[in-house]
Design a protein around this ligand. Structure first.
Ligand code: HEM
Length: 441
């Protein structure tokens, strides 16, 4: 009683002042703990980074993603059987808290991955082979049109159209038709860049995803057209999933449907009820479409440039971002320092030097090939991506480069149009680049 009288006797100003003082004291105590008493205090690195996650925000959001020990990669990510959570704070970047790629807990992730994994096995990819070949034929026909017109073609847009058409057809049974679109729907690329960049903001401000969804699309269109366009695409994914769900409701799906598309099969699987909700299926659809499009297209663009520029084959880093993992039950020793269980740790494939591949004994160094990462969260689409890459590159060389290698020439494209300048989770070249442009002779 006495306390409540004491509180009600205070003015609003005094209450606010008190709350501010308490917050300040808490901040100071937290800073002292993080700098002097935290188990990682002795670990080298900037003190500011030990103090606050806003340090990461500064480099990722303000500096726009500009930017170890490679043997530790194996230890941290290596085995699919060792428990690895994701770091909740950084998993917020994916916008949807409840989708496969953003799942924090190891066991829930394992349960969620199981019903989707069969659609990415080598046997499944063999069944998708005719789809991949169909789009390769369209890509080649379109390149033939460019050759006939003498106009330069922006290959990275063509590659994005190719990979996106394949994954949308394989996921839902209906491709988005970007390969047939005029100049390969060039808006798709800035859209992916915009959304990738925005994902960095979500880590620090997770409420932003929902807030943006509540703003009318026309308003978002004025401020951030690429984000509005992405929301439109998400609605497209939603309606494609709803169609498949309706087919299931109407009893039109049979177990045979398992053979056709990811979603037809998934809906007929024994997946956990919480992974059959429209929200979950929608989040998964967004991951599959974006992961299936941009990564492989980036690989194709980088490799094609280095082949054309004749500067030798160089590894195209998969995802550049530092992928966080938390080992809930294991501690690690790195460089003489102990990292206790439960500590978020991250590494980037970009930090693994490519020169390693040129040294003698490179065969033993296969463990450094980490484009698809490793362990329980290894890229689901790695085999699909590999097949797309092999088909496309061999077709480029056989059909378009000519016996003397002069059938395709770079057009106003330099290394700056390809070299990574921004880490928006996905890697991007400088933002004013016009892409990898070539002329077919
Ligand atoms: C060269 C091409 C590709 C590269 C380098 C690549 C790389 C990666 C990496 C590094 C991850 C781990 C992300 C993390 O830990 O947060 C990942 C996850 C994933 N990738 Fe790929 N990817 C490629 C192609 C594809 C394709 C074609 C698909 C097809 C849909 C795909 C679907 C996925 C999915 C669904 C995940 C999430 C897996 C999970 O959380 O269990 N990727 N990818």
């Amino acid at each position: 009683m006495a306390t409540s009288t004491w509180v009600t006797d205070l003015s609003w100003g005094e209450l606010l002042g008190g709350a501010f003082a308490a917050y300040l004291l808490y901040g100071i105590a937290l800073a002292v703990y993080r700098l002097y008493f935290h188990p990682l205090t002795r670990y080298p690195g900037p003190k500011l980074a030990a103090l606050t996650l806003w340090y990461e925000f500064y480099y990722e959001v303000v500096k726009r993603g500009r930017f170890a020990d490679p043997d530790f990669y194996e230890e941290l990510y290596g085995s699919p059987t060792r428990k690895r959570d994701k770091f909740e704070w950084s998993a917020k970047m994916f916008g949807e808290p409840n989708t496969l790629i953003s799942t924090v807990e190891h066991d829930i992730h394992k349960r969620r991955r199981a019903p989707v994994a069969p659609y990415f096995s080598m046997a499944a990819i063999r069944r998708v082979d005719p789809v991949i070949r169909k789009y390769l034929d369209i890509l080649n026909r379109r390149l033939g049109e460019y050759k006939a017109s003498g106009q330069p073609v922006t290959l990275n847009c063509a590659f994005m159209a190719f990979t996106t058409d394949i994954i949308t057809e394989y996921a839902f049974g209906l491709s988005w038709g970007y390969l047939e679109a005029e100049v390969f729907y060039p808006n798709w690329l800035p859209l992916v860049i915009g959304v990738s960049e925005q994902s960095l903001l979500h880590k620090q401000m997770p409420w932003l995803t929902n807030a943006l969804r509540k703003i009318p699309l026309e308003w978002v269109m004025k401020v951030k057209p690429e984000v509005a366009a992405f929301h439109q695409l998400q609605r497209g994914i939603q309606s494609q999933i709803e169609k498949v769900m309706k087919q299931k409701q109407d009893g039109e799906l049979t177990k045979d449907s398992k053979q056709t598309t990811i979603y037809h099969g998934l809906l007929m699987s024994d997946a956990h009820a919480s992974e059959m909700t429209p929200e979950y299926l929608h989040g998964l659809g967004t991951t599959v479409v974006s992961a299936g499009g941009i990564t492989t297209a980036h690989y194709l663009k980088t490799t094609k440039f280095h082949l054309l520029a004749n500067s030798g084959f160089r590894i195209s880093h998969g995802l550049l971002a530092r992928l966080t993992r938390v080992a809930p039950e294991e501690s690690f020793t790195v460089g003489g320092y102990t990292i206790p269980p439960g500590t978020p740790i991250s590494m980037s494939s970009w930090l693994i030097p490519t020169e390693r591949w040129l040294e003698p004994g490179a065969e033993q160094k296969k463990k450094y090939l980490v484009n698809f990462t490793k362990g329980s969260r290894i890229c689901l689409g790695k085999d699909l991506g590999r097949v797309e890459i092999v088909y496309t590159l061999s077709s480029m060389v056989r059909r378009w480069c000519g016996d003397d290698g002069k059938g395709m020439e770079l057009y106003r494209t330099t290394r700056e149009d390809v070299d990574i300048a921004h880490d928006f989770f996905n890697p991007f070249a400088r933002l004013d680049s016009k892409g990898l442009r070539v002329v077919l002779k």
